[in-house]
Unconditional design. Structure first.
Length: 338
């Protein structure tokens, strides 16, 4: 792969309908996922699970990049191959989550700011030396009574811009993730408003910090109803409102938008992505950066048992292929019947 600069790298990750496998769950989050299948979250079990994902045949041609957690980028497979090399062998690029999580935002009850700028430069240099080509930082925005506040949006978007500039200065593509959470009873219109405010602030701060948009990827939420809302917007409404919000607020020279799934079921996340690509008429690639929506079926099929590895890999491969088709606007629901 001859990828000489961040613009080439960003374009490569989302080329030909490919997207990102988000495998950067922290150890506590991975522990919760493993609890759901009755598997102990040991370093070895986490390694075995991620190894089976990265060796799946459906990685090739469908996945352009994999976001890793610090533990995983340092791990080797059972045969001694570095896990990050397994990813490269599938013609995908290894990436790394670099934020340090959330802390409460002063004078803003119920809101958080993402931390991790301290020492970021040194961490990025180390990850780059390990072969990481891109990075990810997640900001979290809540919708609620009077939320999100301007202070919360601006604090998080400024941190995202500082991180993005630092990543690019190290020769790595920043994936900027301003996630407006689905948690709550809010309407799709309230989600639209919070998402629009977040995107406006984000791109203002990126411009202020002189971040190269052509060497950046955006990982946003879709514009949906809150998961506890009494009225749930349908697939077409989600697709139209999400596209309207992005077209109004995202620069045309951004190479790709890779959605987070945000708690949607795996098939619904695929259906929403496909509906947007079937509408078309936008300047960037619209793709995926899914965690649960790519992994849920594979995790259940594996169950911590080595005899289930191939079944689990088939599940991951199927979801990766379905989402590639959705990124091309070529998915149909009957393709799910196997």
């Amino acid at each position: 792969m001859s990828l000489n600069n961040i613009e080439d790298i960003a374009t490569f990750i989302v080329a030909d309908g490919k997207g990102i496998l988000a495998a950067d769950e922290s150890n506590p989050t991975c522990g919760k996922r493993f609890d759901s299948i009755g598997v102990e979250s040991t370093e070895e079990n986490r390694r075995d699970y991620r190894e089976l994902l990265f060796r799946s045949k459906g990685m090739k041609d469908n996945i352009g990049g994999v976001i890793l957690f610090d533990e995983t980028i340092r791990q080797s497979a059972k045969d001694g191959t570095l896990l990050r090399d397994l990813i490269k062998n599938q013609s995908a690029l290894p990436g790394i989550k670099v934020d340090k999580g959330l802390q409460p935002l002063e004078d803003c009850p119920g809101e958080t700011v993402t931390i991790g700028l301290d020492g970021l430069d040194e961490r990025l240099k180390e990850y780059s030396s390990m072969g990481a080509k891109f990075t990810k930082w997640r900001a979290v925005i809540n919708i609620g009574d009077g939320l999100p506040s301007d202070k919360c949006i601006d604090a998080n978007m400024e941190a995202l811009a500082d991180y993005a500039k630092c990543a690019q200065d190290t020769g790595m593509v920043p994936v900027v993730e301003p996630e407006v959470l689905m948690d709550g009873e809010h309407s799709i219109d309230e989600c639209y408003e919070a998402t629009e405010r977040s995107l406006k602030s984000l791109f203002e701060h990126l411009e202020k910090k002189a971040v190269n948009i052509k060497g950046t990827l955006l990982k946003p939420n879709m514009v949906t109803s809150g998961k506890d809302a009494s009225v749930q917007a349908g697939i077409d409404e989600v697709a139209k409102k999400t596209l309207n919000c992005l077209i109004a607020n995202v620069p045309a020279d951004l190479p790709g938008i890779t959605f987070l799934s945000g708690g949607q079921s795996d098939v619904l996340a695929t259906a929403h992505l496909d509906a947007m690509n079937k509408i078309g008429g936008f300047p960037w690639k619209l793709s995926f950066s899914y965690g649960r929506a790519l992994q849920a079926a594979a995790l259940q099929a594996w169950g911590g048992k080595s005899e289930n590895v191939f079944i689990s890999q088939d599940e991951l491969s199927h979801r990766a292929e379905m989402n590639k088709l959705a990124s091309l606007g070529e998915w149909e629901e009957d393709l799910e019947d196997r």
